[in-house]
Design a protein around this ligand. Structure first.
Ligand SMILES: C[S@@+](CC[C@H](N)C(=O)[O-])C[C@H]1O[C@@H](n2cnc3c(N)ncnc32)[C@H](O)[C@@H]1O
Length: 283
């Protein structure tokens, strides 16, 4: 049993680093949570004190930082989480823009900007694949990014416990997931026809320049900025805005909002915002 405690000084050092690098707010009330989560790292490294651990984090070999980020991020997600968004995409947004050639002249491009373990990106793939089955010339590409390497690994494998796909309609489950041959394993894998349209990369939303050449018709940035303070939220959303095509859409989580932010986006549905068509502003 490991009894190491995270003292005030160490907490301040780590929390400042996490706030500045990852963006996640770390008020003093999070000390116990941070201590609990980091104990797992101490155990994995065979360390018995936070003195030793904090030294290790800030040593020249910063490989531990990636692990620390993995344990401090909250990765909760689901297939078809906040289902209104997917209905809006399929029933309103795409039909509205098909006549302009979205998805026809060039692939319909979507970015899941805090993709966690991949459920959001694969839900988008299911919805877009359904569109493609009714419009044979419709093509799509999905980019999933996250700061945590652990969640990206799961997203890339696309293997989930069968219970995770329960929110997916039974017809779509059958169509888009393969059951593991080992019946006892109770695992499913996303089918290759969806996987080949989805790529995942590591990206920290706090980096001032995103190394991404594409512009997107739709960006999902859901349930992540809630962990950031207002100036950081504004900086990130402003950067994401510049990656939308004119008329493109930004989806936030249901408890997040653009209220008070000075960006040329108009609200078109709850937590769905559209970039005005006649703006060329680069953030
Ligand atoms: C609660 S999950 C949300 C997943 C998905 N968007 C959803 O709504 O279901 C938040 C994700 O944001 C990621 N995250 C936190 N800080 C980040 C940052 N600075 N850059 C990129 N991703 C970040 C976390 O690793 C985590 O996977």
């Amino acid at each position: 049993m490991l009894n190491a405690t995270l003292n005030e000084r160490h907490f301040r050092r780590l929390s400042e680093f996490i706030e500045n690098e990852v963006g996640i707010k770390m008020p003093a009330t999070k000390r116990v949570m941070l201590e609990g989560r980091l104990r797992k790292r101490l155990r994995a490294l065979g360390m018995s004190s936070f003195d030793e651990y904090v030294e290790h984090v800030f040593s020249r070999d910063d490989g531990e930082i990636v692990h620390m980020i993995d344990v401090v991020t909250t990765n909760k997600t689901d297939f078809f989480r906040e289902p209104d968004h997917f209905r809006y995409l399929q029933e309103q947004l795409i039909p509205r823009h098909l006549p302009e050639g979205w998805g026809l002249n060039e692939p319909f491009k979507v970015w899941s900007a805090a993709s966690s373990t991949g459920e959001e990106a694969y839900t988008l793939a299911i919805v877009l694949n359904e569109v493609a089955q009714n419009r044979r010339d419709f093509r799509y590409r999905i980019l999933g990014t996250d700061i945590s390497t652990a969640v990206l690994h799961t997203a890339q494998k696309a293997v989930y416990p069968a219970a995770r796909v329960r929110p997916v309609d039974a017809r779509l489950q059958k169509k888009y997931f393969l059951r593991s041959r080992d019946r006892d394993a109770e695992l499913v894998r996303v089918r290759p026809e969806l996987r080949r349209n989805v790529v995942f990369h590591r990206l920290n939303l706090m980096t001032p320049e995103f190394p991404i050449a594409d512009r997107f018709h739709v960006i999902f940035c859901r349930n992540v900025i809630i962990y950031f303070d207002r100036p950081r939220q504004e900086a990130i959303l402003s950067r994401l805005y510049s990656f939308l095509v004119p008329g493109g859409y930004l989806f936030l989580g249901h408890s997040e909002s653009m209220a008070g932010l000075n960006l040329p986006l108009v609200s078109v549905a709850p937590t769905v915002y559209q970039r005005r068509k006649n703006t060329n502003r680069e953030a």
